[in-house]
Design a protein around this ligand. Sequence first.
Ligand code: URA
Length: 196
Amino acid sequence: MNKKETLLEQIRADIIDNNICPDLAKTAKNLVMGDGNIDADIVFIGEAPGKNEDETGLPFVGAAGKFLDEMLMTAGMKRSDIYITNIVKYRPPNNRDPLPEEKKAFWPFLVRQLQVIRPKIVVTLGRHSMEYFLPEQKISMIHGDPKRISFGETKIVIVPLYHPAAALYNGSMRATLIEDFMKLPTIINILEKEKK
Ligand code: URA
């Protein structure tokens, strides 16, 4: 295991050892930490695992994940170019929305994941993961607009997107999400040029 892998494993162990969200832990089959490229410049953050994710232990493997994969492909990216995780790492029963206290309990662990991976861009999927990075904002007002924020010692760009599960069966939201998603390659290019 390399250093980053070891640090990420430690985060998983700390969630278990500190008994984070014991009620969720009791009903969930798996702790879903995240998946993808831990050296990626871009991290996607969803809400919480659903049924398929709980069963496999992997994020975004159900219908929303397939839709995400299609959008990634259209934008010229693959899962292996990104890292993907959720704010809440156990499945809430019956796929209910994560509670404020559940998001609060898992937030420090998400921060630690980002401190290890050190992405330049964080794509939030839905309002639950957006609200901690961009408090007091409404997703309907700012979706698709990149925002540069200070994050600890560094600066990162947050790209707030609608959640693929919400957009999946809603024609106009779906079109908006696809349109916003297709801005990602341009945002990545601009940041690449700034580096040079
Ligand atoms: N929805 C999410 O927010 N996360 C997943 O992992 C799957 C569906």
